[in-house]
Design a protein around this ligand. Structure first.
Ligand SMILES: Cc1ncc(COP(=O)(O)O)c(C=O)c1O
Length: 343
């Protein structure tokens, strides 16, 4: 199978499996797992923030951040296609008692300007609105096709947000992809964010795990909420060991995934009825519109599956994601299949 559904499907490398088998471990609920401690220290250093916390999933990292930054009854501003709003099962309402205020990005990029955010803010007046408590950003933006937000753009939003007394959380599930695409460091891309969640288990290739990064006080409180949510994981150095390799080696090869995604997008351009904006493919995610083909995304995804290729269809679009278990040859096979299928 060529699995293009997501970069979450990657299998741990032999190097990761060996490191997992050899990992030094301790009880992480007691703060005694040396491999987890190393991973957290390394993450904090890379992001140039005070502290970090290993969490089981990106969703848990995001939701702990929402919980810590907000009070019940507040609103959280997010771009309309953002993961925290669409794919985290209403947890901000369930866990934090807050409402999401989705705002569409005017240019379709998935990245709001400060003016767009400002137009949705409720600060103080009138008293009968739900006050804004938090701004959530996403870089790269999954459902906007892996689009990226620059250092300057993020800094601008954070500066205005802080002046308005609002914290900013970055859902950086794929922040290393954004960094590779922009030629910026993840530290610069998140410099002014109050918290960042990044996934080890997506493009970086680890089997499990995410890291929440922020100030010492924030992370100390996040540790309490992780345990409360059932995320205290004991001898979890066996997972952090794979995470360490993902963090060290993963970022170095992301340009290959991005080149494969671009080749895939270019390969799709001359298929009649398929609409794809090649220029907008900045990272490892390719989303193309199939309205003009006369077929449904479900039909196309089923045909791909019969041909040994896995993709995801949402309404009139299909998403394909490149990752470390997808080669340039696999992309070639996929393009060839789709050309034949639509011919
Ligand atoms: C942008 C983004 N944020 C958060 C998550 C959640 O990560 P997890 O599946 O580890 O909970 C995902 C998962 O696909 C994602 O794409």
């Amino acid at each position: 199978m060529i699995d293009l559904r997501s970069d979450t499907v990657t299998k741990p490398s032999d190097k990761m499996r060996a490191a997992m088998a050899a990992a030094e471990v301790g009880d992480d609920v007691y703060g005694e797992d040396p491999t987890v401690i190393r991973l957290q220290e390394q993450a904090a250093e890379i992001f140039e923030k005070e502290a970090a916390l290993f969490v089981p999933t990106g969703s848990m990292g995001n939701q702990i951040a929402v919980k810590l930054h907000t009070r019940p009854g507040q609103e959280v501003i997010i771009e309309a296609r953002g993961h925290i709003f669409n794919y985290e099962m209403g947890t901000p309402a369930v866990l934090s008692g807050v409402m999401m205020r989705p705002v569409s990005s005017g240019d379709g990029s998935g990245h709001l300007t400060w003016d767009e955010i400002a137009s949705a803010l409720h600060i103080g007046q009138p008293y009968y609105t739900s006050p804004t408590g938090l701004i959530c950003l996403e870089n790269s933006h999954n459902f906007a096709g892996g689009s990226v937000m620059t250092v300057e753009h993020c800094a601008d939003i954070c500066t205005h947000a802080h002046a308005a007394g609002l914290p900013v959380h970055m859902d950086g599930a794929r922040i290393f992809n954004a960094a590779a695409a922009l030629g910026s460091s993840v530290a610069d891309l998140t410099r002014h964010c109050d918290s960042v969640q990044f996934c080890l288990s997506k493009a970086l290739g680890a089997p499990v795990g995410s890291v929440l990064v922020g100030s010492k006080d924030f992370i100390a409180e996040a540790r309490v909420w992780r345990k409360r949510l059932g995320g205290g994981m004991r001898q979890v150095g066996i997972l952090a060991a794979a995470g360490m390799i993902a963090l060290e080696d993963g970022p170095k090869r992301l340009h290959e995934d991005h080149a494969n995604a671009k080749a895939l997008a270019v390969g799709l351009t001359d298929i009649p009825g398929v609409a794809i904006d090649v220029e907008s493919v900045a990272t490892n995610i390719v989303i193309f519109d199939i309205t003009g083909t006369g077929k449904s995304s479900a039909e196309i995804v089923a045909a791909l599956k019969d041909a040994g290729i896995l993709a995801i269809g949402f309404g009139d679009v299909i998403r394909m994601v490149t990752h470390c278990n997808v080669s340039a040859e696999d992309v070639g096979v996929t393009v060839k299949y789709l050309r034949t299928y639509f011919a």
